[in-house]
Design a protein. Structure first.
Length: 549
């Protein structure tokens, strides 16, 4: 196989580890006090009868437990995030440090591999070929949810057949919730298989007091910020385009916020603020148009606007509209399916409530078509396919036309639209992610060695050098609450949205007025893997601000 010069050089990079793990994964375990849950304590306790209340663990170097040989399984779950391969490499090395004969099996294509018994044994050659690389292609990933007793039983059978006594599930909030359900199932049925989770997602929404960040967020934001910086420079060179850039992040706006902090665009919308202020789409459009007009009056008919992928679902009136459309089209599925595309739009306009029909009517024709035609197998609107960046660009153009007619805008408004998402998910991990991921995996081996289950691997204090990182384990039940999902109360890890009273947003809010008026773009450039520490060993602005006292 031919590999790039960078991949070759990068393969030799030795990720840093917290001091507790520097001598191997056989660690001394310090137990904190018993824990509870973030909310709905009694309900969580009742569901997780045997795993609830475990203590927070911190590790120190120098454990003395005798490590018998074990087999371990690992699964990548959900969307790709840079550094997944390093979690597996860290886990592999950590297991080998416990006992050279330990084996690691990778279940293929995500949780499906566990349920369908598709796996491969991971060897030195496979691991070495994937060290410090992006992607999940070593074993693949998938979005199957592990949640039924039948799946748990299949997991038991397939683990037992391979002699697996511990599973590591690398995933986001839902996957870790399911890891915890599986841990509870095994423990409550006296099945001796441990389950450990690792926090993954570029979206950055799996974090709390104990889990500082999900891996992949750092690298993905750096890739997007490089591109945004390049676009900003192009905009400032040609001075003729407004660039509307949608950024991935299914729900929370952490990516948009971090990229704004890194690049200082003229506009960055934060969905959580839109929801908090109950903003209408019209108000968002008005605000953007006001910035465009003000810059134009100052001779700058160009700019950069960042739009989070999840925005549309945070606009209260659009949320209602989508839910009505889902119900309306599902209730009339047969009739609607037989209609021409454009007739579906007419049907929606005629049958939505007055309020939603009015909102629907304000949307550009292309978006109306998308809302009525691009539907998932359950008949629901595929929100992630909606081209919000195009929609806003068109709506702002319409608004500016009206302003021109009133003499309130006298400039030019030409747009370019972009969507940055997939290009960031498989980038070679930054030093931060390479180190953090390797440590998370190695630490998962330490949790296994310590005989724990239902824990998430935790590496903290990561704004400091790795020599000060703190390794340990956090009971997953501690991060849970009950939420209503598809009409049922479910225990889930609470998703971390952008906190409007948090330091990252406060800093952004204090600067955005200036960034709107001026051209204050910052050009972060590409991720640096080699060179001076001040360009190679960066930490996200979000984390730096969150951790600042
Ligand atoms: P995870 O939460 O599984 O990490 O995935 C996040 C994400 O990258 C979102 O940002 C995006 O909305 C979604 O996955 C895209 O999913 P898909 O790969 O199925 O198109």
């Amino acid at each position: 196989m031919s590999i790039s010069p960078l991949q070759k050089a990068r393969a030799a990079y030795a990720p840093k580890l917290p001091p507790a793990l520097a001598g191997g994964a056989n660690v001394k375990v310090n137990e904190g006090v018993p824990t509870t849950a973030v909310a709905d304590v009694e309900k969580i306790r009742a569901i997780f009868k045997t795993t609830f209340g475990s203590p927070v663990l911190t590790f120190e170097a120098g454990g003395s437990a005798a490590a018998k040989a074990i087999n371990v399984g690992v699964i990548l779950s959900g969307g790709q995030a840079p550094g997944g391969h390093n979690v597996i490499a860290g886990l592999y090395d950590g297991l080998k440090s416990l006992n050279k004969t330990n084996k690691l099996y990778g279940f293929l294509k995500g949780p499906d591999g566990l349920v369908k018994d598709e796996y491969m044994e991971l060897t030195d050659a496979i691991i070495d070929a994937h060290r410090n690389t992006g992607g999940f292609d070593m074993i693949g990933s998938g979005r199957t949810k592990l949640e039924t007793d039948e799946q748990f039983e299949a997991a038991r059978r397939h683990c037992e057949a391979l002699g697996i006594s511990a599973l590591v599930i690398i995933g986001g909030d839902d996957s870790n919730t399911n890891a915890c359900m599986l841990a509870e199932y095994f423990k409550s049925h006296s099945i001796p298989i441990q389950v450990i989770g690792c926090p993954k997602t570029i979206d950055g929404d799996l974090k709390n007091e104990w889990i500082e960040t999900s891996f992949g967020f750092d690298t993905a934001c750096r890739v997007y910020s490089e591109l945004i910086g390049n676009i900003g420079r192009d905009a400032n060179s040609a001075k003729k385009y407004w660039h509307f850039i949608k950024l991935m992040g299914r729900s929370a706006s952490h990516i948009a916020l971090e990229c704004a902090l890194q690049t200082q665009p003229n506009i960055a919308i934060i969905s959580e603020e839109v929801a908090e202020k109950k903003m209408t789409l019209g108000q968002i459009v008005d605000e953007i148009a006001a910035v465009v007009a003000a810059r134009s009056a100052a001779g700058m008919n160009f700019g950069v606007a960042l739009i989070p992928e999840g925005l549309i679902e945070f606009v209260p009136e659009i949320k209602v509209l989508i839910s009505e459309l889902n119900d309306l089209l599902a209730a009339n599925a047969e009739k609607v399916d037989a209609m021409e595309k454009a007739d579906k739009v007419k049907f929606a306009l005629a049958n939505l409530t007055k309020e939603s029909a009015a909102v629907f009517a304000t949307l550009p024709a292309g978006i109306q078509m998308q809302l009525c035609n691009d539907r998932d197998p359950h008949g629901n609107v595929q929100v992630s396919l909606i081209e919000t960046e195009k929609m806003l660009a068109e709506m702002v153009a319409t608004k500016l036309k009206a302003m021109k007619a009133e003499g309130k805008f006298n400039g030019k408004f030409s747009t370019q639209v972009h969507f940055f998402g997939y290009e960031g998910r498989c980038a070679a991990p930054s030093n931060y992610d390479a180190d953090y991921c390797y440590s998370l995996g190695y630490n998962a081996a330490a949790l296994i060695g310590a005989g724990r289950t239902g824990y998430m691997s935790s590496v903290r204090n990561t704004t400091k050098p790795a020599s000060e990182w703190i390794a340990g384990g956090i009971p997953i039940t501690m991060m849970m609450n009950i939420e209503r999902r598809h009409g049922h109360d479910k225990p889930v890890i609470r998703k971390a949205l952008v906190e409007l009273d948090g330091k990252p947003f406060a800093f952004f809010a204090s600067k955005r007025g200036e960034w709107a008026k001026e051209t204050a773009y910052v050009y972060p450039g590409p991720i640096q893997y080699f060179g001076p520490s001040e360009v190679c060993d960066l930490v996200t602005k979000t984390l730096m601000l969150e951790q600042s006292k």
